[in-house]
Ligand binder design. Structure first.
Ligand SMILES: N[C@@H](CCC(=O)N[C@@H](CS)C(=O)NCC(=O)O)C(=O)O
Length: 216
Protein backbone atom coordinates (compact mmCIF):
# COMPACT_ATOMS: atom_id res chain seq x y z
CA UNK A 1 0.00 0.00 0.00
CA UNK A 2 1.05 3.60 -0.55
CA UNK A 3 -0.22 6.41 1.66
CA UNK A 4 -0.15 9.84 0.01
CA UNK A 5 -0.12 12.44 2.75
CA UNK A 6 1.64 15.23 4.55
CA UNK A 7 2.63 15.85 8.17
CA UNK A 8 0.33 18.89 8.42
CA UNK A 9 -2.73 17.00 7.17
CA UNK A 10 -5.06 15.97 9.99
CA UNK A 11 -7.01 13.66 7.70
CA UNK A 12 -3.74 11.88 6.87
CA UNK A 13 -3.00 11.61 10.62
CA UNK A 14 -6.30 9.71 11.02
CA UNK A 15 -5.26 7.15 8.43
CA UNK A 16 -1.76 6.83 9.92
CA UNK A 17 -3.33 6.03 13.31
CA UNK A 18 -5.66 3.42 11.77
CA UNK A 19 -2.77 1.78 9.88
CA UNK A 20 -0.73 1.71 13.11
CA UNK A 21 -3.59 0.25 15.17
CA UNK A 22 -4.06 -2.45 12.53
CA UNK A 23 -0.34 -3.10 12.23
CA UNK A 24 -0.52 -2.50 8.46
CA UNK A 25 2.61 -1.11 6.84
CA UNK A 26 2.25 1.40 4.02
CA UNK A 27 4.91 3.27 2.09
CA UNK A 28 4.51 6.98 2.60
CA UNK A 29 4.64 9.43 -0.33
CA UNK A 30 4.79 13.02 0.75
CA UNK A 31 2.55 15.49 -1.09
CA UNK A 32 3.42 18.91 0.24
CA UNK A 33 0.31 20.71 1.44
CA UNK A 34 2.26 23.88 2.19
CA UNK A 35 3.56 24.24 -1.38
CA UNK A 36 0.16 23.17 -2.78
CA UNK A 37 1.59 20.05 -4.39
CA UNK A 38 -1.83 18.45 -3.81
CA UNK A 39 -3.25 20.73 -6.52
CA UNK A 40 -0.69 19.76 -9.16
CA UNK A 41 -1.63 17.47 -12.04
CA UNK A 42 0.67 14.67 -10.81
CA UNK A 43 -1.29 14.28 -7.58
CA UNK A 44 -4.67 14.97 -9.19
CA UNK A 45 -3.97 12.01 -11.46
CA UNK A 46 -3.89 9.92 -8.27
CA UNK A 47 -6.73 11.63 -6.38
CA UNK A 48 -8.80 13.85 -8.70
CA UNK A 49 -10.32 15.59 -5.66
CA UNK A 50 -6.86 17.02 -4.96
CA UNK A 51 -7.09 16.49 -1.20
CA UNK A 52 -5.04 14.46 1.24
CA UNK A 53 -4.93 11.64 2.06
CA UNK A 54 -5.20 8.96 -0.62
CA UNK A 55 -4.33 5.31 -0.20
CA UNK A 56 -3.21 3.10 -3.05
CA UNK A 57 -4.33 -0.36 -1.96
CA UNK A 58 -1.50 -2.02 -3.86
CA UNK A 59 -4.02 -3.65 -6.24
CA UNK A 60 -4.58 -0.75 -8.57
CA UNK A 61 -7.30 1.04 -6.59
CA UNK A 62 -6.84 4.44 -5.02
CA UNK A 63 -9.03 5.13 -2.01
CA UNK A 64 -9.75 8.63 -0.76
CA UNK A 65 -11.65 10.29 2.12
CA UNK A 66 -10.19 9.36 5.51
CA UNK A 67 -13.37 7.81 6.97
CA UNK A 68 -13.83 5.60 3.92
CA UNK A 69 -10.17 4.56 4.10
CA UNK A 70 -10.44 3.74 7.81
CA UNK A 71 -13.55 1.63 7.20
CA UNK A 72 -11.77 -0.13 4.33
CA UNK A 73 -8.79 -0.94 6.57
CA UNK A 74 -11.22 -2.20 9.18
CA UNK A 75 -12.88 -4.44 6.59
CA UNK A 76 -9.69 -5.99 5.26
CA UNK A 77 -8.21 -6.43 8.72
CA UNK A 78 -10.98 -6.73 11.33
CA UNK A 79 -8.71 -6.90 14.40
CA UNK A 80 -8.55 -4.79 16.44
CA UNK A 81 -12.03 -3.46 15.51
CA UNK A 82 -12.33 0.26 14.89
CA UNK A 83 -16.13 0.02 14.81
CA UNK A 84 -18.09 -1.73 17.57
CA UNK A 85 -20.17 -4.80 16.66
CA UNK A 86 -23.32 -3.45 18.31
CA UNK A 87 -25.37 -1.50 15.73
CA UNK A 88 -26.26 1.38 18.03
CA UNK A 89 -22.69 1.79 19.24
CA UNK A 90 -21.49 1.63 15.62
CA UNK A 91 -23.94 4.38 14.65
CA UNK A 92 -22.68 6.47 17.57
CA UNK A 93 -19.04 6.02 16.54
CA UNK A 94 -19.87 7.07 12.98
CA UNK A 95 -21.86 10.05 14.28
CA UNK A 96 -19.01 11.28 16.48
CA UNK A 97 -16.57 10.78 13.61
CA UNK A 98 -18.81 12.79 11.27
CA UNK A 99 -19.20 15.63 13.77
CA UNK A 100 -15.51 16.20 13.07
CA UNK A 101 -15.04 14.98 9.50
CA UNK A 102 -18.27 16.28 7.97
CA UNK A 103 -19.19 19.31 10.05
CA UNK A 104 -16.15 20.92 11.65
CA UNK A 105 -12.90 20.08 9.88
CA UNK A 106 -14.11 21.09 6.37
CA UNK A 107 -14.62 24.64 7.60
CA UNK A 108 -11.04 25.12 8.80
CA UNK A 109 -9.00 23.44 6.03
CA UNK A 110 -6.33 25.39 4.13
CA UNK A 111 -8.52 26.07 1.07
CA UNK A 112 -11.16 27.73 3.28
CA UNK A 113 -8.59 29.69 5.29
CA UNK A 114 -6.94 30.84 2.06
CA UNK A 115 -10.33 31.95 0.68
CA UNK A 116 -11.11 33.93 3.83
CA UNK A 117 -7.76 35.67 3.57
CA UNK A 118 -7.35 36.20 -0.17
CA UNK A 119 -10.90 36.47 -1.53
CA UNK A 120 -12.70 37.97 1.46
CA UNK A 121 -9.73 39.93 2.80
CA UNK A 122 -10.31 38.90 6.45
CA UNK A 123 -7.46 39.75 8.81
CA UNK A 124 -5.88 37.24 11.17
CA UNK A 125 -8.17 38.09 14.11
CA UNK A 126 -11.29 37.58 11.99
CA UNK A 127 -9.90 34.32 10.60
CA UNK A 128 -9.15 33.07 14.12
CA UNK A 129 -12.67 33.97 15.16
CA UNK A 130 -13.97 31.92 12.23
CA UNK A 131 -11.87 28.94 13.30
CA UNK A 132 -13.11 29.18 16.91
CA UNK A 133 -16.71 29.56 15.77
CA UNK A 134 -16.66 26.44 13.63
CA UNK A 135 -14.07 24.20 15.33
CA UNK A 136 -15.08 24.39 18.99
CA UNK A 137 -18.78 23.39 18.73
CA UNK A 138 -17.66 19.95 17.52
CA UNK A 139 -15.71 19.44 20.74
CA UNK A 140 -18.66 20.70 22.77
CA UNK A 141 -20.95 18.20 21.02
CA UNK A 142 -18.57 15.35 21.77
CA UNK A 143 -18.10 16.54 25.37
CA UNK A 144 -21.89 16.48 25.93
CA UNK A 145 -22.17 13.09 24.26
CA UNK A 146 -19.41 11.59 26.42
CA UNK A 147 -21.05 12.99 29.56
CA UNK A 148 -24.44 11.52 28.68
CA UNK A 149 -23.40 8.17 27.27
CA UNK A 150 -23.13 5.21 29.65
CA UNK A 151 -20.96 3.22 27.20
CA UNK A 152 -18.22 5.88 27.23
CA UNK A 153 -15.15 4.64 29.07
CA UNK A 154 -11.50 5.56 28.76
CA UNK A 155 -12.32 5.96 25.06
CA UNK A 156 -15.49 7.19 23.34
CA UNK A 157 -16.88 3.64 23.55
CA UNK A 158 -15.58 1.44 26.35
CA UNK A 159 -11.90 0.80 26.81
CA UNK A 160 -10.50 0.39 23.33
CA UNK A 161 -10.03 2.93 20.54
CA UNK A 162 -12.50 3.24 17.67
CA UNK A 163 -12.80 5.48 14.66
CA UNK A 164 -14.48 8.07 16.92
CA UNK A 165 -11.32 8.37 19.04
CA UNK A 166 -9.17 8.74 15.94
CA UNK A 167 -11.34 11.63 14.75
CA UNK A 168 -11.50 13.18 18.21
CA UNK A 169 -7.71 13.09 18.43
CA UNK A 170 -7.30 14.62 14.98
CA UNK A 171 -9.52 17.54 15.92
CA UNK A 172 -7.90 18.11 19.31
CA UNK A 173 -4.54 18.28 17.52
CA UNK A 174 -6.01 20.60 14.88
CA UNK A 175 -7.41 23.09 17.38
CA UNK A 176 -4.23 22.91 19.46
CA UNK A 177 -2.30 24.01 16.35
CA UNK A 178 -4.45 27.15 16.45
CA UNK A 179 -3.73 27.48 20.19
CA UNK A 180 -7.42 27.38 21.13
CA UNK A 181 -8.32 26.80 24.76
CA UNK A 182 -9.57 23.28 25.51
CA UNK A 183 -10.34 23.87 29.22
CA UNK A 184 -14.08 23.59 28.65
CA UNK A 185 -13.77 20.01 27.38
CA UNK A 186 -12.36 17.85 30.21
CA UNK A 187 -13.86 14.56 28.96
CA UNK A 188 -12.54 15.15 25.44
CA UNK A 189 -9.12 15.99 26.88
CA UNK A 190 -9.25 12.80 28.97
CA UNK A 191 -9.93 10.63 25.91
CA UNK A 192 -7.21 12.43 23.97
CA UNK A 193 -4.70 11.84 26.80
CA UNK A 194 -5.46 8.10 26.78
CA UNK A 195 -5.17 7.99 22.98
CA UNK A 196 -1.90 9.86 22.85
CA UNK A 197 -0.35 7.46 25.35
CA UNK A 198 -0.81 4.66 22.78
CA UNK A 199 2.13 4.22 20.37
CA UNK A 200 -0.27 3.98 17.40
CA UNK A 201 -1.43 7.53 18.06
CA UNK A 202 1.86 8.92 19.37
CA UNK A 203 3.85 7.72 16.35
CA UNK A 204 1.27 9.19 13.97
CA UNK A 205 1.44 12.65 15.60
CA UNK A 206 1.91 15.30 12.89
CA UNK A 207 5.04 16.88 14.39
CA UNK A 208 6.72 13.47 14.52
CA UNK A 209 6.51 12.99 10.74
CA UNK A 210 9.38 13.59 8.30
CA UNK A 211 9.60 17.21 7.24
CA UNK A 212 7.63 18.55 10.22
CA UNK A 213 9.07 21.38 12.32
CA UNK A 214 9.91 20.70 16.00
CA UNK A 215 7.03 22.92 17.05
CA UNK A 216 4.48 25.26 15.47
N1 LIG B 1 -13.06 14.88 4.22
C1 LIG B 1 -11.69 14.67 3.77
C2 LIG B 1 -10.88 15.90 4.06
C3 LIG B 1 -9.71 15.99 3.15
C4 LIG B 1 -8.99 17.32 3.34
O1 LIG B 1 -9.61 18.40 3.35
N2 LIG B 1 -7.68 17.21 3.49
C5 LIG B 1 -6.91 18.41 3.68
C6 LIG B 1 -5.69 18.12 4.54
S1 LIG B 1 -6.19 17.56 6.13
C7 LIG B 1 -6.44 18.92 2.36
O2 LIG B 1 -6.03 18.16 1.50
N3 LIG B 1 -6.54 20.21 2.19
C8 LIG B 1 -6.11 20.89 1.03
C9 LIG B 1 -6.71 22.25 0.94
O3 LIG B 1 -7.55 22.59 1.76
O4 LIG B 1 -6.33 22.94 -0.01
C10 LIG B 1 -11.09 13.44 4.49
O5 LIG B 1 -11.54 13.15 5.59
O6 LIG B 1 -10.20 12.79 3.92
Amino acid sequence: MILYGHWRSLATYRVRVALNLKGIKAQVREVNLLTKEHLEPAYRAINPQGLLPALDDGKGQVLFQSLAIIEYLNDIQPAPPLLPSDSRARARVRALAQVIAADAHPLIVPRVRDYLERQLGLDEAARMNWIKTFALPALETIELNLAAEPSAGAFCVGDSPTMADILLASHVIGVSFFKLDLKAFPLVRGVYAVCSALPAFAEAYPLRQPGAPASL
